[in-house]
Design a protein around this ligand. Structure first.
Ligand SMILES: Nc1ncnc2c1ncn2[C@@H]1O[C@H](COP(=O)(O)OP(=O)(O)OP(=O)(O)O)[C@@H](O)[C@H]1O
Ligand SMILES: [Mg+2]
Length: 328
């Protein structure tokens, strides 16, 4: 409804992790490069962690787009990690396009092993990608480790990407999983954006949504500063605040969003209470991050929905990751 009013073709702050909106911040770029590099170079395990709403799923969708373009790569993408070991294997086997129904665990393992060996012998790359990996039980993480044992003398047959919230790091630190932890070849972390990245983020998303000219026309610097103050740079919170600011401004028929509008939206979402003590200081201390994470959890736990494989990607050309040795 507000699109015509602001002369936009699309909703700029939709919460769906849509790669066409990808903003290549330093951290997102490094994480994407680490994933791509780890898979391409057959490093085995790659782990990416980040707080709620920092762009992990979006990053994976960008990665899947890159992988899809490579004819020598096949992947299974798992986004519901609350499964039994047999369901887990069934899902992976089916996602690789192999028959899985009615098979028991050892049959599934045998099929998967043969599939990996056959692909490996042809020099092909096979990847297992798990989103929401912090939900994996220790039992399933142990299954994942066992899958990583499928290797020849000089190559790993299955590349494994685990992506999840920081609890994943805690799980991997546990004594029972130290063998798995030792196998992790590359790690990357996502976090909130800084003030300048928040400005670029808003600007980029508005332009992708069809805005012509300078984004200050809609979000002037004081409004952007208020968005940063209330969101602490967490992308999903930025989206919520900006989306609601557009709706509020439209209702008030004001074409340029003011800091007052942002403050009102933050109040509605009770974000002002969360950050009021440190607002304006510009620092991102640990407490801010934890509070923001809590706000996000409360706000969005109901909104999570599985992502259908068919709903994947439309990546901007700029995302063509090349051979890049991440410094991690
Ligand atoms: N670098 C980015 N560029 C553009 N949009 C981003 C970026 N990072 C995050 N977003 C947006 O922020 C929102 C949250 O991202 P996403 O769902 O990927 O977070 P997440 O880390 O997977 O969260 P959760 O832990 O809840 O699964 C999405 O709308 C996504 O498009
Ligand atoms: Mg996610």
């Amino acid at each position: 409804m507000y699109k015509a009013f602001f002369k936009l073709a699309r909703n700029p702050f939709d919460l769906t992790p849509d790669p066409t909106y990808f903003v290549s911040t330093r951290r997102h770029n490094e994480a994407l490069a680490a994933l791509h590099y780890g898979i391409r170079r057959h490093k085995g395990f790659v782990v990416v962690t980040g707080e709620v709403g920092t762009g992990k799923t979006l990053l994976l969708r960008c990665l899947l787009r890159l992988l899809k373009e490579s004819k020598d790569i096949s992947y299974a993408y798992l986004f519901n990690s609350r499964l039994t070991p047999t369901e887990f294997l069934q899902y992976i086997v089916a996602d690789f396009g192999l028959p899985s129904s009615g098979k028991n665990k050892s049959e599934l393992l045998l099929d998967l092993g043969q599939f990996l060996v056959s692909r490996g012998s042809k020099g092909l790359t096979t990847v297992l990608i798990v989103d929401e990996a912090h939900h994996l039980s220790e039992e399933l993480l142990e299954e994942v480790r066992l899958l990583s044992n499928l290797e020849t003398t000089d190559d790993k047959l299955l590349q494994i990407v685990l992506v999840g919230q920081p609890e994943l790091d805690d799980k991997l630190d546990s004594i029972g999983l130290r063998q798995l932890k030792q196998r992790i070849a590359l790690r990357a972390q996502l976090g909130p954006l800084d003030a300048e990245e928040t400005r670029e983020y808003i600007d980029h998303r508005l332009h992708v949504a069809g805005m012509e000219g300078d984004s200050k026309r809609i979000f002037p610097p004081d409004a952007v500063a208020a968005v940063y103050r209330h969101s602490r740079g967490f992308p999903r919170l930025i989206n919520t605040i900006c989306e609601n600011a557009l709706i509020t401004a439209y209702a008030r028929q004001i074409p340029t969003i003011t800091a007052d509008v942002i403050d009102d939206v933050a109040r509605e979402f009770r974000l002002d209470r969360e950050f009021s003590e440190s607002a304006g200081s510009g620092t991102q201390n640990e407490m801010d991050v934890q509070r923001a994470a809590k706000v996000l959890r409360d706000l969005y736990s109901a909104l999570r929905k599985p992502v259908a494989r068919s709903a994947e990607l439309n990546l901007p050309v700029s995302l063509e990751a090349s051979e890049y040795e991440p410094n991690i």
